[in-house]
Each structure stands twice: as structure tokens, then as C-alpha cells.
Design a binder for this molecule. Structure first.
Ligand SMILES: NC(=O)c1ccc[n+]([C@@H]2O[C@H](COP(=O)([O-])OP(=O)(O)OC[C@H]3O[C@@H](n4cnc5c(N)ncnc54)[C@H](O)[C@@H]3O)[C@@H](O)[C@H]2O)c1
Ligand SMILES: CC(C)[C@H](C(=O)O)[C@@H](O)C(=O)O
Ligand SMILES: [Mg+2]
Length: 342
């Protein structure tokens, strides 16, 4: 039976890059698709960012492919207004997708597309393991006329399970990133990571870095990292920074995964890019590479995943460059360049 994939295009360029990526999926296999609403598109159609039907469909899928949510149309600082981003946070929580894996590996063809010097980034092959369903994103929120707060809390099981994902993924070492010199929640986080290390993974090298230093080391010596494990907020910020090692935020894929047996959600790291939405010039490669992660980790189709990744590689070797990479290829042309290599 064909694998069943729920598509959540969302808003802005999310719609454009998901349409591109499904063409690539169709070139490597047979899949049944079900398109559902999320984000601003869902607010417009139903009043809320995450309709029940979307959650139900995702729960019944083999894997979920998401574009992006959000945009100025729904941006408001007013308390209590529905926001597109709540849809994304809601589906991550509903599927218990506690681990967000963001691999950062500059492709040879793009070593000169990064603003970082070639000799700095050469050899970089790191993985950001971002905790995705806890911390400041999901703590108690309070607001009155003169004060507002977002609680930043983690429980022991939440830290233990993300630490295990990181230690299992390590080839050389795990770098735990926190802010333990200031935050109580970070001191607790680090203690739990150390416990898991001592009890379950004593043979893996572990080191610890404060997040401000990690932000600096990511651009000065990215190839010294292997696996970075960090909380929801720090992981969000550090992975956008790390994207520039690959040349563009339009290149960075991600996999959001939970416990065995629950469908994974695969999504580019970038957002809905309102500044270029509707112009047909978004780089679809982050989403196409997210499809490779979907094939490999979501559906167990490793050969197909390898084929997609090497087609992207060859298309770039052949000169493919969208505007974010300094060229003028459109989304369509980029997609066709990948399809031609398949
Ligand atoms: N996963 C998601 O759904 C997600 C992620 C990040 C931001 N957002 C939302 O997207 C909206 C815009 O956020 P933002 O501007 O801070 O971040 P963004 O990632 O949408 O855009 C940042 C910059 O990168 C460029 N860019 C992003 N993706 C690109 C691509 N594929 N090809 C070429 N250029 C690309 C944009 O044009 C923009 O200049 C906000 O509403 C935000 O909440 C959603
Ligand atoms: C849109 C937003 C909620 C989201 C996040 O902060 O997790 C995005 O920035 C991401 O990185 O996936
Ligand atoms: Mg982000």
C-alpha cells in the first residue's frame, strides 16, 4: 500500500516549497497525499490555527510534511489573538514530537556560497538536537497591563529523553549547550544530561558550553562540533545561525520526531518568508532535503532518500543557484534541476 503523507503547506512560501517537494517525492515513489490546513490559512478558513481535522489526519499519517506558518497578516501583539505559530506548536505537542533534528552539512558545491570562509566551514558535519515540546515555548504565560512572563521549565523525563536522542546520535561527542551560569533551569538541565551520560552512555565524550560562547564557536569553528543538544529556545536560535554554514536558511532541513510508532513531522527550518512569498523565487531545497529525511527516518526508504540527496548535490554541482544563494533560478527551475538528476 502507498505510504500516506499528510501535507501541511501553511502560509507564504510554505505553499510554494511543499508543491515543489511533492514533485520530487513523486519521482522516487508512490505516495498518497492528504492536504490539511494549519497556521494563518487555517485561521482564515476556520478561525483557529490548528483544526481538529488536521490533528486527526496527522495522527493517522505515515509521515507529515510541513511548509511554514505565519505572516504579517496575522501578526498582532495583542494578547489572546490566534497566531499561526500556535498551529505549529500545537501539532508538535499533539504528536509529542519532542526531538527536532537539524543536520548542518555544507555541500561541496556551496562551500563558497557561505559568508563564512571556506577553510572555516570545510569538514563541518554537525547535528543540532533541539528539545521541541518543553521549555519557554510551553510554560505558563501571564500578561496584564504592566507585566508579562513566559515560564521556562523542564522536567527530568523531558531532559532525559532528549539527552538520550543526542547520545545515540553521537559519532565523536555531544556538546550540551545551556546557560547554567545564570538560569536555574539550565543548572537542572545540565545535571540531568550528566546523569544520563554517567548511567547510560559513559563511553560517549560529552562537553558543555554556555550558549553565548556556542553562538560564537558555531561561526568561528563549526567543524569542531558533532552533536549539539540544547533546549527549545536556544536550539531555535542556534540552528538559524548554523544555517549560514550551508550558504542559506533555504538549505536547512529538519525532522521532528517522537516516540517509536508516532508519525514524524518533516519541515524546513525557515519560515514563510513574507518578503519573497508569491514571487516564485523561494529556494525549495530545504524542503526537498526534508523529504529525504522523511523518506529515510519517517518511511524507512533509505535508497530513495540517498537518491534525493545526491540529486540535490548534483544539481548544485551543475550550477543551480536560487537568489538566496546568489543566483537567479526560480523555485520551478530549481525543482526541475533536481528532477533532472533523479
Ligand atoms: N517552521 C515555521 O513555520 C517557521 C519558521 C520560522 C519562522 N516562521 C514564521 O515565518 C514568518 C517570517 O519569519 P522570518 O522572516 O523571521 O523568517 P523566515 O525564515 O521566514 O525568513 C527570514 C529570511 O530568510 C529568507 N528565506 C527564508 N526561507 C527562504 C527560502 N526557502 N528561500 C529563500 N529565502 C528564504 C526570507 O526571504 C527572509 O529574508 C513569521 O511569521 C515567523 O513566525 C515560521
Ligand atoms: C514558527 C516558530 C514557532 C518556530 C519555532 O520557534 O520553533 C520556527 O522558528 C522554527 O524554528 O521551527
Ligand atoms: Mg526558528
Amino acid at each position: 500500500m502507498a505510504h500516506h503523507i499528510v501535507l501541511l503547506p501553511g502560509d507564504g512560501i510554505g505553499v510554494e516549497v511543499v508543491a515543489a517537494a511533492t514533485q520530487v517525492l513523486d519521482a522516487v515513489g508512490e505516495f498518497s497525499y492528504e492536504k490539511r490546513l494549519i497556521g494563518g490559512a487555517a485561521i482564515d478558513a476556520t478561525g483557529g490555527p490548528l483544526p481538529d481535522e488536521t490533528v486527526d489526519a496527522c495522527q493517522g499519517a505515515d509521515a507529515v510534511l510541513l511548509g511554514a506558518v505565519g505572516g504579517p497578516k496575522w501578526d498582532s501583539t495583542e494578547a489572546g489573538r490566534p497566531r499561526p505559530e500556535q498551529g505549529l506548536l500545537g501539532i508538535r505537542k499533539a504528536l509529542s514530537l519532542f526531538a527536532n533534528l537539524r543536520p548542518v552539512k555544507p555541500l561541496t558545491a556551496l562551500l563558497d556560497a557561505s559568508p563564512l570562509k571556506r577553510d572555516r566551514i570545510e569538514g563541518t558535519d554537525l547535528l543540532v538536537v533541539r528539545e521541541l515540546t518543553g521549555g519557554m515555548y510551553f510554560g505558563r504565560k501571564e500578561r496584564d497591563a504592566d507585566r508579562a512572563s513566559d515560564e521556562n521549565a523542564y522536567t527530568r523525563p523531558e531532559v532525559e529523553r532528549i539527552a538520550r536522542v543526542a547520545f545515540r546520535a553521537a559519532r565523536r561527542k555531544v556538546t550540551n549547550v545551556d546557560k547554567m551560569n545564570v538560569l536555574e533551569v539550565s543548572r537542572f538541565w545540565r545535571e540531568v544530561v550528566l546523569d544520563v551520560h554517567a548511567r547510560e552512555f559513559p563511553n560517549v565524550v560529552v562537553d558543555h558550553m554556555l550558549v553565548d560562547n556556542a553562538a560564537m564557536q558555531l561561526v568561528s569553528a563549526p567543524s569542531t562540533f558533532d552533536v549539539i543538544v540544547t533546549d527549545n529556545m536556544f536550539g531555535d536560535i542556534l540552528s538559524d545561525e548554523a544555517a549560514m554554514i550551508t550558504g542559506s536558511i533555504g538549505m536547512l532541513p529538519s525532522a521532528s520526531v517522537g516516540e517509536e510508532g508516532t508519525p514524524g513531522l518533516f519541515e524546513p527550518v525557515h519560515g514563510s518568508a513574507p518578503d519573497i512569498a508569491g514571487r516564485g523565487i523561494a529556494n525549495p531545497l530545504a524542503t526537498i532535503l526534508s523529504c529525504a529525511l522523511l523518506l529515510r527516518h519517517g518511511l524507512g526508504l533509505s535508497a530513495e532518500a540517498d537518491a534525493v540527496e545526491s540529486a540535490v548535490d548534483r544539481a548544485l554541482e551543475g550550477g543551480l543557484r536560487t537568489p538566496d544563494l546568489g543566483g537567479d533560478a526560480t523555485t520551478d527551475q530549481a525543482t526541475r534541476a533536481v528532477l533532472e538528476q533523479l
